[in-house]
Design a protein around this ligand. Structure first.
Ligand code: NAD
Length: 307
């Protein structure tokens, strides 16, 4: 049973590490030369709640030749098409592909490369951070919800659930995963984008009356557009979830802040607020907050010279 982790950054290293520790064959795929070199020479160094050093197989996607049983996609959203193009040679008749990226609409991209019967969509609240090439920081716990997008893929997806649960990844087969994907996107679309724009922690954003108003308007737009897309969303439940998450993570700068402000990297905004603004246009639903926030994040990317 061979599993490739397609995108062995922070999250890919976490999932790859836990699966390998549970006894499964894992190959990490990445294109970051220093990271590949560090893992090949010194193994993957794990710090945080666990301290470990493990030998792991890592290579560039184009170097992988053996057919995959499972592929877990863990690039950033805008990197997904290039990754999918470069792993075509390891996709066989029975290869199942799981997507756990944050954001909306990835299934439409994946369908261009993978038959629908083999696509599994999911969402995770596990976290991880890279501390440098070959070095991953793992703390706290999390869960995964996933679902085969075509009923015929359910059996294969359930086998993956068992495998991932052997690796203590707390995975549930969800008969309707889209609401959870949208809810997580809404958390990211409220906290990540605003904290990146305002250069503040989640707690600082939520402590202001105005910040809270903006958050609630964004949630409302996500719910309107989600429902128009056929996803069952409960605005009060999402609001409660966002508020609870903001309390738990109050001291943190979310990942988009780390990407944009701290590391001057492109953001996943087009798959969060940007996706809602785009879909809103299709349905004739006004999404002024999501549109403005998307434009401002792109403005900031350009001001910082990020490509
Ligand atoms: P990351 O940037 O640490 O990892 C992405 C990796 O993919 C990088 O190492 C990069 O080199 C590699 N990559 C990208 N394109 C590639 C290509 N074409 N070929 C080979 N390698 C390629 O990102 P991450 O933090 O692990 O996040 C991955 C996804 O998971 C994102 O959608 C993110 O929003 C989501 N997510 C992250 C966290 C977290 O705590 N980090 C939590 C939940 C969800």
């Amino acid at each position: 049973m061979l599993t490739y982790i397609a995108g062995a950054g922070a999250m890919g290293c976490r999932f790859g590490y836990q699966l390998q520790k549970a006894g499964y064959d894992v190959v990490l795929l990445d294109m970051w030369e220093d990271h590949i070199k560090a893992i090949k020479e010194n193994g993957l160094q794990v710090e945080g709640d666990i301290n470990d050093n493990v030998k792991m197989e890592i290579m560039k996607p184009t170097e992988a030749t053996e057919e995959a049983d499972y592929i877990i996609l863990f690039t950033k959203a805008m990197q997904l098409p290039t990754m999918l193009e470069s792993i075509q040679q390891i996709i066989g008749e029975n290869t199942k592909v799981l997507c756990l990226l944050n954001g909306l609409g990835h299934e439409d991209v994946i369908k261009q490369y993978i038959p629908e019967k083999d696509i599994i969509m999911g969402v995770t609240v596990w976290t991880a951070g890279l501390k440098g090439p070959g070095k991953v920081h793992l703390s706290a716990t999390g869960t995964v919800n996933l679902q085969a997008i075509d009923e015929s893929g359910k059996e294969g997806a359930e086998k993956l659930v068992d495998m991932m649960n052997d690796a203590k990844l707390n995975v549930t087969y969800d008969e309707d995963v889209l609401p959870s994907i949208w809810r997580k996107a809404c958390v990211n679309g409220t906290m990540n984008s605003n904290c990146a724009l305002l250069d503040c922690t989640i707690g600082e954003l939520f402590a202001t009356e105005e910040g809270l108003r903006v958050v609630k308007e964004i949630i409302h737009e996500f719910v309107l557009v989600g429902e128009a897309s056929g996803v069952k969303l409960d605005e009060q439940e999402i609001t409660d979830y966002v508020m609870h998450t903001s309390e738990v993570a109050a001291a943190h700068y979310p990942s988009m802040h780390q990407d944009l402000v701290q590391n001057h990297r492109p953001t996943e905004i087009d798959y969060l607020n940007g996706a809602v603004a785009r879909k809103g246009k299709e349905f004739g639903i006004d999404t002024p907050y999501c549109e403005l926030i998307t434009d401002l994040i792109h403005t900031k990317e350009k001001v910082l010279g990020i490509k």
